[in-house]
Design a protein around this ligand. Sequence first.
Ligand SMILES: Cc1ncc(COP(=O)(O)O)c(C=O)c1O
Length: 412
Amino acid sequence: MKLAINFVRSNFPQLQDDPQFVFCASAAGSYLAQPVIDSLEHYNRHLRVQPYSPYPSSRAAGLAMDRAREGWSRALNIGADELTIGPSSSINSYVMAQALGADWGPGDEIVVTQQDHESNHGVWRRKAEAQGAVVKEWPIDPSTGLLDPGELYPLLGERTRWVFFTHCSNIIGTVNPVAEIVAGIRQRSGAKVCVDAVAYAPHHIPDVKALDVDMYLFSLYKVFGPHQGLMYLRAELQESIQAQSHFFIQGDSHKRFNPAGPQHAQVAACQGVLDYFAALHRHHGGSESESATAMLQSVHALTAAHEARLAAPMVDYLDHAPQVRLLGKTHVRDGDRSTTIAFQPLGKSAADVAKALQARDIGVEHGHFYAHRLMTGLGIDPADGVVRISLVHYNSVAEVDRILAALDQALI
Ligand SMILES: Cc1ncc(COP(=O)(O)O)c(C=O)c1O
């Protein structure tokens, strides 16, 4: 069965605003699905009170927030107490750097990568250095930007406390085999593992328990939802890590690592993303009685096949275009190449190519996208960076044709 792209697109009102415009910058923040817009509107119109008091609007507000938290816990196959919903992944990792780093000291080691967005690198590095711990870096292949697990394992030892890496780079677009890497880490050290899934989750919401990670972060504003960061922290670790909330609410697992406090309407609207996926599931004949994880896996089977149809011609075109250096894998046949596709123009600046595409109604961006260290490792000037075309399941094959035609002109 093929993804019903017209049904998908009808769920994203912003796609109807300007039919000429091809939005291909979703990796920076996606359009909102209709159920998310409905939820935000409903909450702000009817439930805008302090939640969890016994009067009707307050009770309903609390229930809406609980529904979202429970829905996402089920979707990720984690315990309700293992989920923190904070303002963004950058602030979640910043808070966790204070929490985890509090007991790092001389003799301790952490590993970060050269591929990550700065939010899963700089905060850990800065905290470790301040505590006198050693920071080791898992380097990229300087020609492709890919990470080889064989380069990670020699960095591990009995002093390694945490390893931080990404599920999928927001530039390279190749999915790292998380479960396999985690198993490799566990064989070699007692280190805990944190994975940044911000660039992965828009394409696939995983069963987090199956990945065996200790911490896992992603941002719902890139997954068709409100501006919130979701964070899993393994239950067994919660008590041993220094809480970051006020002393009198530290027993509340939802607030322990969220000193900002919950953003009520936004938290409630997180459920809208799951409601959208459920509607997509039903539209394709899916059963209402399936578990959330099973529902998401069926939906992703459809969206992944559709995304592969979008990525294949784009990757092929850029791989064969003499005027560009395509980053990451040059084919999609391994099934691990997402629709985040970046290239370095060879004869022109990335800024000029992006401008030429934008003039043709192609909504791309250029720059380092906060993966500054990756740019440097690839020998690319971060000030100009790369052109990034990021597509998600609501993009169509016709739009890819439009992008390729525009590239023909923009690269001349
Ligand atoms: C791969 C990756 N990690 C982390 C982040 C930071 O997420 P947030 O904007 O929620 O702080 C981003 C944002 O672009 C990202 O692309």
